[in-house]
Design a protein around this ligand. Structure first.
Ligand SMILES: Cc1ncc(COP(=O)(O)O)c(C=O)c1O
Length: 342
């Protein structure tokens, strides 16, 4: 694809993107555990420009990149991604006239690849033998070293990723919880880069406020707890083989985990029972929030995020029967209904 040559930053286009990102609804989800009524709160971040939480980061990194001069009109944007980030940079980047190249492990859902192509990005599949996720990052770095005018967002290392959530997701949660007459006691989110859990917790805990902040990982692949890649899991978008540099575990509370099968069953339940179009990591995050409510007390206000929708998982286990297990939470949960504020 030919490079677009532009001289000036199109601020009207940036504002157009900003109008499509963030300000997602906050849901109050009512359910029963062993017959007892409970509730958790969740940001419905499927309602973003490309349908995922990563649009917040892409929009903010592109805007910050222009502001600092690190990103210039006509540059290529090159990133390693397990999918949603690539889709978000493809959409935001193309809207700003950039060439987009995404390095992505080749075992992630086909919908992700097709969406990136549809948004005009070049996708380079990276096999396990080529290094998988870490190989994707190395290849993006090597491409930037060998080519001119390349902007690397470096989502796993870029503080602007955290800032995106400190400036948007966190304040939205606080404002919207007040509409339910509530204040957050805890926030929990599955860790891909850690941008969401770090940014939201920094905002909610500002000026010494006491709010718990829990990273979440797959029980089948506890990289955060062990410090290295271990096991395998089906919760695409989280636990990418290593601990990202922007994730400061010493600033956070203990790691919460969720089995991938339980997360699939929860995501299916949210979809079948409540009509909420969510992906597998949303199921994991809701399980994390429900487990914290049981630990913290039934009136605790526990908030999480629903990072993306079911549409990228039509070819995955999300759309097949998943066997229940005795150690899952889902057999004891009955989802009742939700209300929402904007
Ligand atoms: C589906 C999904 N869930 C959760 C996350 C994790 O978000 P973060 O990178 O902010 O930790 C991602 C990140 O790519 C994702 O794609």
């Amino acid at each position: 694809m030919p490079r677009t040559v532009q001289q000036k930053v199109d601020t009207a286009a940036l504002d157009g993107i900003a109008a499509l990102v963030g300000d997602s609804p906050l849901l109050e989800i009512h359910y029963r555990i062993d017959g007892q009524p409970r509730r958790v709160y969740a940001k419905y971040d499927t309602m973003n420009m490309t349908g995922s939480v990563k649009d917040r980061m892409a929009a903010h990194i592109v805007r910050s990149g222009y502001a600092s001069g690190e990103l210039k009109p006509g540059d290529s944007i090159v990133e390693a991604s397990s999918g949603n980030t690539g889709i978000s940079f493809a959409a935001v980047g193309r809207a700003m006239g950039h060439f987009i190249r995404i390095y992505m492990p080749d075992w992630l859902s086909q919908e992700r690849v097709l969406l990136m192509h549809n948004f005009g990005a070049e996708v380079i599949p990276v096999s396990k033998a080529q290094g998988g996720f870490t190989g994707s990052i190395e290849m993006a770095e090597a491409y930037a070293a060998e080519n001119e005018n390349v902007f690397l967002p470096r989502q796993f290392d870029n503080p602007a990723n955290i800032e995106a959530h400190e400036l948007t997701t966190g304040p939205e949660i606080e404002r919207q919880l007040a509409m339910f007459d509530r204040q957050a006691d805890a926030f929990v989110a599955g860790v891909g880069t850690g941008g969401t859990v770090m940014g939201v917790s920094r905002y909610l805990r500002r000026d010494g406020r006491t709010v718990r902040a829990h990273p979440l990982e797959p029980a089948n692949s506890p990289t955060l707890s062990t410090g290295h890649k271990v096991g395998q899991h089906r919760i695409q978008g989280i636990s990418d083989e290593f601990i990202p540099s922007i994730l400061k575990l010493n600033e956070l509370d203990h790691v919460v985990d969720a089995w991938d099968g339980d997360s699939i069953l929860m995501a299916q339940g949210l979809c079948h029972t409540l009509g909420l179009a969510v992906g597998i990591s949303s199921g994991a995050n809701i399980i994390g929030a429900m487990r914290l409510v049981e630990q913290m007390g039934t009136d605790a206000t526990v908030v999480t995020i629903l990072p993306d929708s079911n549409k990228k998982y039509l070819s995955t286990a999300l759309c097949h029967a998943e066997p229940p297990r005795d150690d899952y939470i889902t057999p004891n949960i009955k989802l009742d209904h939700f209300t929402a504020v904007r």
